[in-house]
Design a protein around this ligand. Structure first.
Ligand SMILES: NC(=O)c1ccc[n+]([C@@H]2O[C@H](COP(=O)([O-])OP(=O)(O)OC[C@H]3O[C@@H](n4cnc5c(N)ncnc54)[C@H](OP(=O)(O)O)[C@@H]3O)[C@@H](O)[C@H]2O)c1
Length: 328
């Protein structure tokens, strides 16, 4: 495993992490037993970073991660990055809430589900325009003093708000949508994004020594070679809510993915490894929080740490990716 270090965080973080969203039942494939085995095998393979959120599977992803880490000594071997600020009702409709009282309740629920006394990085999942950043920071400062969280992260935030938040509390980590075909994306699952990853977030994470966690690193499977012949997911899979996979624009992304697959074949490398290395070799990228729905996928993805793309190969990839630099 390769580990990365940023100024704001004292621990070394594995360049490959695990995103736990697909372990909660919102995606096609998730069985508790398999998810727990993926977590255990990931730790055996040197992964020390897990990203999760209360809203994933309506509490289920956090519960599974907590269960898996409960085993002897495992909690202390890893860093948990969870999130707050996205609530849901009985109909599973979500709403943003970054108010102090709500967050102070949420962190306790998260710690209970995770069966731990602290979260290493606590990230505000999405901005909440109804709550002043100062109030959110007050809640985070209370949690920090109580030892419930170690570091603060912001996910999906405009850079002006990141900098405003830094007036009240240290912002140690940012999380955003980023992969080969979504470099400066303007939306995610139809939700407008108020940041451009490469153009706005990268200069700041570098300047402030923050960690950056790219989510959807494999474009929900497309960059691992899935869906090259068409979308194959069941009607209950959350990816149906991604217009980039289900709308007219899909063909454009699919064509881009096909070109990348052809280049991966040309250099004799698996497409998933090429897509992950393209991310890993960027100094701004700290831990790639990809999802794996089987041990086989985990093992395939981790192989990317055994080789690097050459400068020449990166140059050729850049030519394929140029039309996607500013695509929505
Ligand atoms: N902050 C936010 O707003 C936000 C938003 C989205 C995600 N996230 C975080 O980011 C994490 C990752 O996002 P993501 O799940 O979209 O990541 P992803 O890595 O782009 O997609 C994961 C999916 O790709 C497929 N896949 C992975 N490896 C593969 C391989 N080797 N071969 C074939 N298919 C492969 C699997 O699909 P199948 O399941 O179909 O096999 C897997 O479930 C989430 O778990 C979550 O922690 C955060």
């Amino acid at each position: 495993m390769i580990y990365k270090k940023v100024a704001k965080i004292e621990d070394k973080i594995s360049a490959i992490g695990i995103g736990c969203w697909n372990m909660g039942g919102d995606w096609d494939s998730s069985e508790e037993k398999t998810s727990i085995k993926i977590i255990h095998d990931a730790i055996d393979l040197g992964i020390n970073f897990f990203d999760v959120a209360p809203v994933y599977g309506w509490g289920v992803s956090e519960t599974i991660l907590g269960k898996a880490l409960k085993e002897d000594g495992l909690r202390n071997k890893v860093l948990i990055a969870s999130k707050g600020g996205l609530l849901w009702n009985e109909q599973h409709q979500t709403r943003n809430n970054l108010s102090k009282d709500s967050l102070l309740k949420e962190i306790d629920d998260t710690l209970t589900r995770l069966q731990t006394d602290h979260v290493d990085i606590y990230q505000m999942h999405w901005p909440d325009p109804n709550v002043p950043l100062e109030e959110t920071a007050e809640a985070l400062n209370i949690m920090k003093k109580a030892g419930k969280i170690r570091y603060v992260g912001l996910s999906n935030f405009a850079q002006a708000d990141v900098e405003k938040m830094m007036e009240y509390i240290s912002v140690d980590c940012q999380q955003g949508l980023y992969n080969m075909l979504e470099r400066n994306p303007g939306s995610y699952h139809g939700i407008p994004l108020e940041y451009r990853t490469e153009k706005e977030v990268f200069p700041n994470v570098k300047k402030y020594g923050q960690a950056f966690l790219p989510y959807s690193p494999l474009f929900q499977g497309l960059l691992a070679g899935r869906f090259l012949d068409g979308l194959t997911i069941s009607s209950r899979d959350i990816r149906n809510e991604n217009p980039k996979l289900t709308g007219e624009i899909f063909k454009t992304y699919q064509d881009g993915a096909k070109k990348l697959k052809a280049f991966a074949d040309e250099i004799g490398r698996p497409m998933n490894e090429m897509a992950l290395n393209w991310l890993r070799q960027k100094e701004e990228v700290t831990s790639i929080i990809g999802g794996a729905s089987s041990i086989e996928q985990l093992e395939k993805n981790i192989r990317c740490t055994t080789w690097d793309l050459t400068e020449e190969e990166l140059g050729e990839i850049e030519k394929i990716l140029a039309p996607f630099e500013d695509m929505e």
